[in-house]
Design a binder for this molecule. Structure first.
Ligand code: FRU
Length: 460
């Protein structure tokens, strides 16, 4: 069984994709580069693929931007606009001799073609695990680069006035679980809802390693704090999950988004079983883009995520009935009934996804079951339960786009993102509520126009 392509999520026409790289908004267009294998749908020959979009939902794929070369793979990194009308990319050169160091490339044609710097690598610590440079523009001018010493579980910081000379300003970490590597850091300044205040938020991805690696696999976290003298300082040293699902990793934000909004894209997979996801000739997709914010809930600053949705739900006159594997499902639990609400999505095979909303325990759970889920990987099937932070009775939104399922609850404060194996055939939605007749469920089908005009990427 091969899972269907998503309609409103970025996925390559063919071949393997992982992390988003070099997300940048220029000349009214969103550009996404990404970890890409131009030669197959397994991880390898890492290069930067490229796609662009005017609305973040319909993507046009472009030729490979930065191809791997003999002895050098192009790992994750970022793009900034500058100097002048040039675009500058920073990426990790993963050399066959084992060193990982940061390199630079520039583009003068809006990101289509790139020229690596003759002086590469431009930042080399002689480390085998120094990677994923994310360059951000500082509010008062100048640039800051974050990268990881992955095995040491440290984010290292460098400052520059000209994107040319870099000065190390400090490091953050280690903390949290020990048997993981730290990857793909980002630093965003977010507004606190209902106030004029802002706080800095460190985004970080961790991947379990070693013989006894945690079977739950890779995951994204955040830490709220401040930026002091070019180094992140946590308010409280703890890694908080960005997403309670199994499949959200390596998320980073766009440079240059209008109004300075933090818009994040993340890879919707898990290193634990990414290689086994049954799709062809492509493998790997991005999450829906999400704007990020902060909300104080019970005294704690929480990350909130609002998806860029393909439909304005308020504009849909009547519920589009029916069964489709590409739909937005809005659920309004009846606050008077306050019972357990079960939403069961069933595919044509025995595959099912169950979403259980329990206002009494204030939890939202998502389970994956069925033969395809069980055979995909021993650690794939099962249940994830997220604590609800607000009243426990609010509405939630489910976006199902082929193999991708994203659930947004608590007005964006609780999110679960999962790969699902419902397949490309009809999906039926059964809603049952313990305490009332039937919960209000609105289903809006996603149009089939999404990947139209997708250009086949040229071979490297
Ligand atoms: C994260 C990661 C990065 C690395 C890239 C290689 O998923 O492991 O640390 O740069 O993928 O593809």
């Amino acid at each position: 069984m091969s899972l269907p392509r998503p309609r409103v999520h970025l996925a390559p026409a063919r071949n393997w994709m992982n992390d988003p790289n070099g997300l940048v908004h220029i000349h009214g267009r969103w550009h996404a580069f990404f970890q890409y294998n131009p030669e197959g749908n397994d991880w390898g020959n890492m290069s930067w693929g490229h796609a662009s979009s005017s609305d973040l939902l319909h993507w046009e794929e472009h030729p490979v931007a930065l191809p791997h070369r003999p002895g050098e793979q192009i790992f994750s990194g970022s793009v900034v606009a500058g100097p002048g009308s040039t675009l500058t990319a920073f990426y990790t050169s993963a050399y066959a001799h084992g060193i990982q160091a940061q390199s630079r490339a520039t583009s003068v044609d809006g990101g289509l073609t790139w020229t690596p710097d003759a002086a590469n690598p431009v930042l080399d610590r002689g480390s085998a695990d120094f990677r994923d440079p994310k360059v951000i523009a500082l509010p008062d001018g100048g640039w800051l680069m974050l990268a990881v010493e992955a095995v040491e579980r440290r984010v290292v910081f460098y400052a520059s006035d000209d994107l040319d000379t870099w000065r190390e300003t400090g490091a953050y970490g280690p903390l949290g679980p020990e048997d993981v590597v730290w990857e793909c850091p980002d630093l965003v300044r977010l507004e606190i809802e209902g106030t004029d205040a802002t706080a800095w938020v460190l985004l970080l991805s961790t991947n379990p390693v070693g013989d006894d690696a945690d079977p739950s696999g890779s995951a994204m976290h955040y830490v709220v704090g401040d930026l002091v003298d070019g180094v992140f300082r946590a308010e409280e040293n703890a890694l908080v999950p960005v997403d309670h699902g199994r499949d959200l990793y390596a998320g980073v934000t766009f440079h240059g988004a209008p109004g300075g909004t933090a818009v994040m894209l993340a890879w919707m997979s898990n290193w634990r079983y990414a290689h086994a996801v049954p799709t062809a000739p492509w493998r790997g997709a991005m999450s829906l883009p999400r704007t990020l914010g902060l909300r104080r809930i019970a005294g704690v600053l929480r990350l909130v995520q609002h998806p860029v949705l393909p439909v304005d739900l308020d504009d849909v006159p009547s519920p589009a009935a029916g069964v489709t594997p590409h739909a937005v499902i809005e659920v309004h639990p009846d606050p008077a009934a306050t019972g357990i609400l079960r939403l069961r999505l069933e595919g044509a095979t025995d595959a099912a996804v169950e979403i259980v909303h329990d206002p009494a325990t204030r939890t939202l759970a998502v389970s994956r079951s069925g033969e395809v889920a069980r055979t995909l990987h021993p650690d794939f099937a099962g249940t994830r339960t997220a604590p609800l932070l607000e009243t426990g009775a609010g509405a939630f939104t489910i976006v199902l786009d082929g193999p991708l399922l994203e659930v947004f609850a608590d007005r964006g404060a609780t999110v679960l993102s999962h790969l699902v194996t419902l397949g490309g055939g009809p999906v039926t939605v059964h809603a049952t509520a313990e305490g009332s007749e039937a919960p209000a469920v609105r289903i809006v089908a996603l149009a089939d126009d999404a990947q139209e005009g997708l250009a086949a990427p040229a071979a490297a």
